[in-house]
Design a protein around this ligand. Structure first.
Ligand code: HEM
Length: 511
């Protein structure tokens, strides 16, 4: 759901001091991380610790701190800490049910076979549900001291460490070797850009705050649903921010968001061996095919416009669209970055006039194969905040006779105001779907599970569109990425965190 109606007169000024810093900074400078999944062992001790803990906020300070702590909760964690069921019900269904809580969701996310929740190391099957996700960040060589200083006696009484997730900084690349973290939405912190449908025919990287932070206007100009509390019936809610759209109610979601975490294991030797074989063991052809699968080359240059200069200090180019390459001749339609952000405006080229706009908004009137599912990118953006794990393995080393064995992958993290409209839509309709933008029999070349459809149609191809020639097909792609764990968390604003710490267990309607 897009959310409730709002009044255009209300100010959207962002409260950086109430927002956890991860939204704004990503903490790229803090290369060392420690991600902990915690169970609550002692509710009172946990509440006392939560009342005092200081997550780094989003206020910009000079020099920036060299450590940071960020915190998020699963729905089970909120319940154990006493958040009332009437409040929990205000969260989205997918958060309440959980990433692995329903078989049809797992199927839609592509979590089948080796990636099925029953196979996960955490977050699925019989594994203990984490209550809290604690993320520590520190500069070079500082993480152990930082971790020790956070893990006080009270902390150890309050929480049980269920799992410390592996992370390892290997430079600004992901384990296959491609530069990562280049493209991010440019959050419109000043609420300067119109969200009016009529003014957004073209792609813009600017995104309304409400797409990644709850309690602010989203790209529909509305407020995404989140728990609102009547302070009259809950004294603990007095210090929560007011709901902008519904004065009189307290906004438990404001300055918070959903955090999606997936541990994705990458088969680095498998990836490079497959690509090498498909390219006839010609090094340049190998790199060309791998780049086609990603949509950027090993230097991060976008295939659709490799000559666009990067921004000094910010890395490779990101100011491009696929408008000049509708047939996928320069960047294949099914490349990972083209599937995960097709960079289009609200209407396919050539749609003008009120009636045809209305027809498109309602999803009718599709007359070109490439119009399926790829309109209106701005409603499906993700703020990615993941970290890699496992030691570096260069492509040449991966192709050697005995590449050093180790698990490598990505702790994929994204922040979104709507799990279903943003993360699940991208994962399901764009990454996993075997039909996308007019191509078929393939899914995301990096992420796909490769299982055939129930109709028997294959999904394990990768097609490169070629000018004046037949599509260049690469067949029988194996699975390169396997899900090892995952969960949906709520990353609260700092006042909402204090509410969680203060709310009295059994005070309300939890029984
Ligand atoms: C192990 C798994 C993955 C790998 C190796 C991977 C790799 C990459 C690489 C190399 C880029 C290009 C660099 C950049 O623009 O930052 C990229 C971009 C991106 N990826 Fe992934 N990715 C993975 C999983 C995912 C998942 C699960 C999603 C979402 C469901 C996702 C969504 C995106 C998005 C939205 C972009 C930016 C596209 C753009 O704006 O141009 N990725 N990824």
């Amino acid at each position: 759901m897009a959310g409730s109606y709002m009044k255009m007169t209300i100010s959207d000024s962002i409260e950086f001091d109430d927002l956890q810093g991860l939204f704004r900074f990503g903490f790229g400078r803090l290369t060392e991380t420690c991600f902990m999944l915690l169970g609550i062992a002692d509710v009172d001790a946990a509440k006392q610790w939560l009342a005092k803990v200081e997550p780094g906020n989003a206020v910009s300070v000079a020099p920036p701190p060299d450590t940071a702590l960020q915190i998020a909760f699963s729905v089970q964690g909120l319940r154990v800490l006493g958040v009332r069921e009437s409040v929990v019900e205000g969260f989205s269904d997918e958060f309440i049910v959980g990433m692995s809580g329903d078989e049809s969701r797992s199927r839609r996310l592509g979590d089948i076979g080796d990636s099925a929740p029953e196979q996960w190391d955490w977050g699925g099957g019989d594994t203990e549900v984490p209550h809290v996700l604690l993320m520590l960040y520190a500069g070079d060589g500082k993480i152990e001291d930082w971790r020790r200083s956070v893990q006080t006696a009270q902390f150890s009484q309050a929480f049980r460490l269920l799992r410390q997730l592996p992370t390892l900084y290997i430079g600004p690349i992901e384990p296959f070797g491609f530069p990562d973290g280049i493209s991010q939405p440019d959050i419109d912190w000043g609420s300067e850009q119109s969200t009016d449908l009529h003014e957004r025919d073209r792609y813009s990287n600017r995104l309304a705050i409400g797409e990644v932070v709850l309690g602010y206007r989203n790209e529909y100009g509305l407020y995404t649903d989140r728990p609102l509390i009547d302070a009259g019936s809950d004294a603990d809610a007095a210090h929560l921010p007011d709901a902008e759209d519904l004065p009189g109610l307290k906004d438990f979601g404001r300055n918070g968001s959903y955090l999606v975490l997936r541990q994705l294991k990458q088969d680095v030797p498998g990836f490079w061996r497959f690509v090498d074989e498909a390219a006839g063991s010609v090094p340049e052809a190998r790199e060309t095919l791998a780049a086609a699968m990603v949509g950027r080359d090993l230097n991060g240059r976008p295939l659709v416009s490799p000559d666009t200069p990067g921004v000094p200090g910010e890395g490779p180019a990101n100011d491009f669209t696929y408008d000049q390459d509708p047939a996928g001749h320069r960047c294949p339609i099914g490349a990972h970055i083209r599937r995960s952000n097709p960079r289009n405006g609200d209407f396919p080229a050539g749609v003008t006039g009120l009636l045809s706009r209305l027809i498109k908004i309602l999803g009718f009137g599709q007359n070109r194969a490439d119009e399926d599912l790829i309109a209106s990118t701005r409603f499906h953006r993700l703020l990615r905040r993941g970290r890699s794990y496992g030691p570096v393995l260069e492509p040449e080393e991966a192709l050697g006779p005995d590449p050093p064995a180790a698990e490598r992958g990505l702790q994929f993290i994204c922040l979104v105001a709507s799990i279903s409209r943003q993360f699940e839509f991208v994962q399901n309709a764009w990454s996993m779907s075997s039909r996308f933008g007019g191509v078929q029999n393939e899914s995301d070349p990096l992420l796909g599970h490769r299982a055939p459809l129930t109709s028997g149609e294959p999904t394990d191809q990768f097609n490169q569109q070629v000018p004046m020639g037949p599509v260049r097909k690469t067949c029988h792609l194996p699975r390169f990425v396997t899900v090892r764990g995952g969960g949906y968390f709520f990353m609260p604003g700092i006042r909402a965190l204090r509410y969680i710490a203060a709310v009295r267990v059994n005070a309300g309607d939890n029984q």
